[in-house]
Design a protein around this ligand. Structure first.
Ligand code: S3P
Length: 178
């Protein structure tokens, strides 16, 4: 696994709680690539957490920052980009992602996501609504857009981060993506 050479960027997308950030860290360490976590960059630039950006400036402003950042990321090389869960819902963003590198969709069942995020209050989209039913409905409403954006899909339920990375790297090799 550590000998695999991937020269382009890798773009991770998917619903909240599928493990994009954890998989990005693992892949970055294994492939010795730098990581860009979009939420982290936006929060740092704005000097506040994502929830505060939503409360102070609104979701639309946050979405504009995502698009701006993805445009900037067209010039990075050898980087693992972990996108926020809503980034792949906008056509323009997906066009930028596709130019950046292969787009990997991480998936998980609603129950898995619910277990992972139920005690975490940092996601404004789910604030006071983080029920299994709400997550299932929101995930279903986004499913088509995620799937259309994806070059590779990896299911993450009941897998460790290392297993997900391994599976993803095998798929990249099978597709001859270097
Ligand atoms: C969002 C997902 C979050 C973050 C913001 C909106 C979404 O990122 O960008 O809270 O709409 O799905 P994560 O997927 O990293 O939680």
């Amino acid at each position: 696994m550590d000998h695999l050479e991937i020269n382009s960027n890798i773009v991770l997308i998917g619903f909240m709680g599928v493990g994009k950030s954890a998989v990005a860290s693992c892949l970055g360490a294994r492939l010795k690539r730098q990581i860009v976590d979009m939420d982290e960059v936006i929060a740092k630039r704005q000097g506040m957490c994502i929830s505060d950006i939503f409360s102070k400036w609104g979701e639309r402003y946050f979405r504009e920052q995502e698009t701006k950042l993805l445009l900037e990321l067209l010039s990075v090389k050898n980087t693992i980009v972990s996108c926020g869960g809503g980034a792949a819902l906008k056509e323009e963003n997906v066009l930028h992602m596709k130019k950046c590198g292969p787009v990997i969709l991480l998936k998980a069942k609603p129950a898995t996501v619910y277990e992972r995020i139920k005690d975490c209050g940092s996601r404004p989209v789910l604030r006071n609504k983080a029920s299994l039913e709400y997550i299932a409905d929101l995930m279903e409403s986004r499913r088509k857009k995620y799937e259309e954006a994806a070059d590779i899909v990896v299911q993450t339920d009941h897998k460790t981060v290392v297993q997900v990375c391994q599976e993803l790297m095998t798929k990249l090799t099978e597709m001859n993506i270097k």
